[in-house]
Design a protein around this ligand. Structure first.
Ligand code: NAD
Length: 463
């Protein structure tokens, strides 16, 4: 900073906050496992206590149906915080490894150590889960954390602030609220590790900020997640699973199937069944069971994608950002909806004649977070997985893979880098530190000058 551009109040506040957290970390308070486990358990209690407030805030921000909020945000976080508290001693236990004979006498071990002061930046679509799940991992690993939830889910952001302040010393964990201006101020701080979830465009800014500090970064980004359907599937079950996954949270899910590829022979019946499922799930008016679009600009963006032949189930309501679910029954690679991630309740159905050709097209797109394939044939499933690189895969269903905390979660290529969730989260927020302890006994294999003819002996011995 120079005199021409004095630091803004936001930057100064953040600087003070970070300095406080740096002192907290340096005090060593976050290091004992008992401290971390106690905080995690206390946090789970607070989330449980405020469960109804979460449902209310998520309804206010996104019109999320309470059961969707409960499953994907509240219960998810309860489950994960308890899992962390339980598993932490095992994950954090130093791992003894063998030591080569030439170091004798010695022992070697690998320890997991916290980075120190970390930042978590979150998007709006699962505003509680995507702020708090990384936070839990960061706390479990022994870090101090600054969390920035999305400004586009303000009721949840306020609640997160309250819940975090009720449990944590601000020197340990603090929420900072605000939009891109606060994000910009964060970019100027020297965090030890960066964890960002959101769009690719903004993710690049965080990657650059991390690079400036030579700090590691995890990027959880988006993309178009393909869903490939084979000819041999039971269609009722397949369509229902795809529709459930796609329209959960009104399609505003980073791992929702973005589009479906079906054999030409199945296109018509697939579309018919998908429309029937939508009618059955959401009725033909305005459903309380479909989340709202986060704001008017996303609503308009989505509407602009649905040109050409479109089947709409139900009525739109712009006042409420209620966008009725839509199927694009004859979608084409050149459609507007096929250019970028949709992130809303619109499902393009593309037909393919030859599976290999279709896969080579999909494999040429930027790597998505998730890949879905439906088939009874194991070889076909493996062929799809081998043809398209992605962060995660789910066969014969969609989005379920993230509900298993034992599966690391993250992207590949343009959909991001790094992994978290469960143990992978603990590992993301810590680094391996290698220790060797030699004993102060007389060395058996000391190699010391003058070397004389030692080289010959060494070469004979160290084959
Ligand atoms: P976004 O990039 O607009 O915002 C994410 C965060 O970055 C917010 O907290 C925002 O305030 C901040 N931000 C925005 N502009 C900034 C700037 N100029 N400088 C600094 N910070 C800034 O993303 P979004 O619209 O909230 O999220 C949607 C995207 O996130 C989609 O692409 C979706 O696929 C992706 N996503 C990915 C995951 C995942 O786990 N990989 C999960 C959810 C969403």
């Amino acid at each position: 900073m120079n005199d021409e551009h004095p630091p803004s109040t936001v930057v100064l506040d953040l600087e003070r906050l970070l300095q406080g957290q740096q002192r907290f970390f340096a005090s060593g308070k976050t290091l004992p496992l008992e401290f971390r486990r106690e905080r995690l358990s206390r946090f789970a209690e607070e989330i449980e206590k405020r469960a109804d407030d979460f449902l209310e805030a998520l309804a206010a921000d996104l019109g999320k149906p309470p059961i969707e909020s409960y499953l994907s945000e509240v219960w998810y976080l309860l489950k994960e915080s308890r899992y962390f508290a339980k598993k932490l001693p095992r994950w954090a236990k130093p791992k003894r490894v063998s030591t080569p004979f030439h170091n004798f006498p010695a022992r070697s071990e690998i320890r997991r150590e916290p980075f120190g002061n970390v930042v978590v930046v979150a998007p709006w679509n699962y505003p509680a889960q995507l702020s708090l799940s990384p936070l839990l991992a960061a706390v479990a690993a022994g870090n101090c954390v600054v969390v920035k939830p999305s400004e586009l889910a303000p009721a949840t952001a306020n609640l997160l602030d309250e819940v975090v302040s009720a449990v944590f010393d601000p020197g340990h964990v603090a929420v900072v609220q605000g939009g891109p201006e606060v994000g910009q101020a964060l970019l100027e701080q020297p965090f030890d590790y960066w964890f960002y979830t959101g769009s690719e465009k903004v993710g690049r800014l965080y990657a650059a900020a991390a690079a400036k500090n030579l700090a590691p970064v995890t990027l959880e980004l988006g993309g178009k997640c393909p869903c490939v359907v084979d000819t041999d599937v039971p269609l009722d079950e397949t369509v229902e699973r795809i529709v459930i996954a796609k329209f959960f949270n009104a399609g505003q899910t980073c791992i929702a199937p973005d589009f479906v590829l079906v054999p030409e022979s199945l296109r018509e019946s697939f579309v018919e069944k998908a429309v029937a499922s939508l009618k059955q799930f959401y009725g033909e008016g305005k459903s309380p069971d479909l989340a709202r679009i986060v704001n008017a600009s996303h609503y308009d963006r989505l509407l602009s994608l649905v040109e050409g032949k479109t089947i709409r189930v139900g009525e739109d309501d712009r006042e409420e950002n209620y966008l009725a679910p839509r199927i694009l029954p004859e979608a084409d690679w050149n459609d507007k909806a096929m250019q970028d991630e949709i992130f809303g309740p619109v499902l393009p159905v593309l037909a393919y004649g030859d599976l290999d050709e279709a896969l080579s097209r999909v494999g040429g797109l930027p790597s998505p977070l998730a890949l879905y394939a439906f088939s009874r044939n194991r070889d076909t499933l493996e062929l799809v997985a081998a043809s398209v690189r992605s962060g995660t895969v789910c066969f014969n269903d969609a989005i379920k893979q993230v509900t298993n905390l034992k599966l690391p979660f993250g992207g590949a290529g343009r959909s991001g880098m790094g992994r978290y969730r469960g143990r992978a989260g603990f590992e993301a927020f810590s680094y391996t530190r290698s220790f060797m302890k030699r004993y102060l006994w007389k060395d058996v294999f000391a190699i010391k000058p003058p070397y004389g003819s030692l080289l010959g002996k060494v070469r004979r011995f160290l084959k």
